[in-house]
Design a protein around this ligand. Structure first.
Ligand SMILES: Cc1cc2nc3c(=O)[nH]c(=O)nc-3n(C[C@H](O)[C@H](O)[C@H](O)COP(=O)(O)O)c2cc1C
Length: 191
């Protein structure tokens, strides 16, 4: 029997206020919340962490906050813009902080559902970012959910009312639902 809400952490966005990658991520977390999750968003401004260094990683209060949230997470959703053909340095640096979880009972993303969103100015970049995020998540022992979301932000626009493309909004909803369902199974199995 499920005893608590699944915790789903979102990591992504850029330092640009209203970035499409952050708004897509926020939309995904809202869908997860509507299904019953506790959600925690680390957007672009939260991710301005020092360059990851194992020797000093614990010095950053923001980094400690991120790792504390990830340790509670049953699911994680990653969202990155395409910068020069790949995941942005900002998002990758944040992911690198999971090295602080290397000695945990549940190392890195072990046993956690993983959703991914890739954004780019065109059709090629988002797909590459999506593939990279899923490869990174897999390397960190996470369980990628079946649907990934590729957003061409030259065409798809986000605002307070949601997303300009109903098809993309639906994909985000399905992906977030898959992360929620797997996370809920984790909670039922592990408590
Ligand atoms: C430094 C930089 C490099 C970029 N490189 C690419 C790229 O290689 N391919 C691409 O499709 N878009 C590229 N873009 C565009 C962004 O991926 C795109 O505008 C994305 O939607 C921006 O994310 P945001 O709306 O979340 O800020 C680049 C943008 C910046 C600022």
């Amino acid at each position: 029997m499920t005893t608590r809400k699944p915790v789903i952490v979102g990591i992504g966005g850029t330092t640009r206020p209203g970035s499409s990658s952050e708004q897509a991520l926020a939309m995904a977390l809202n869908f997860a919340k509507a299904k019953g999750a506790e959600t925690i968003l680390f957007g672009g401004l939260d991710l301005q962490l020092p360059m990851y260094d194992p020797a000093t990683a614990g010095d950053s209060e923001d980094a400690r906050h991120l790792i504390a949230a990830l340790r509670r997470a049953d699911g994680v959703i990653l969202s990155s813009p395409c910068y020069h053909g790949g995941v942005s340095g900002l998002v990758k640096n944040a992911i690198d902080y999971t090295e602080e979880m290397r000695a945990d009972d549940r190392v890195y993303f072990d046993g956690r559902a993983l959703g991914a969103i890739g954004c780019g100015y065109g059709n090629q970049g988002p797909g590459m970012v999506l593939a990279q995020l899923r490869a990174i998540g897999h390397a960190l022992r996470g369980w990628n959910v079946p649907l990934g979301v590729a957003v061409n932000s030259a065409v798809v626009k986000f605002d307070a009312n949601g997303c300009s493309e109903a098809g993309i909004a639906k994909q985000i909803e399905i992906m977030a639902g898959q992360v929620f369902d797997f996370a809920q199974m984790n909670v039922a199995a592990r408590g």
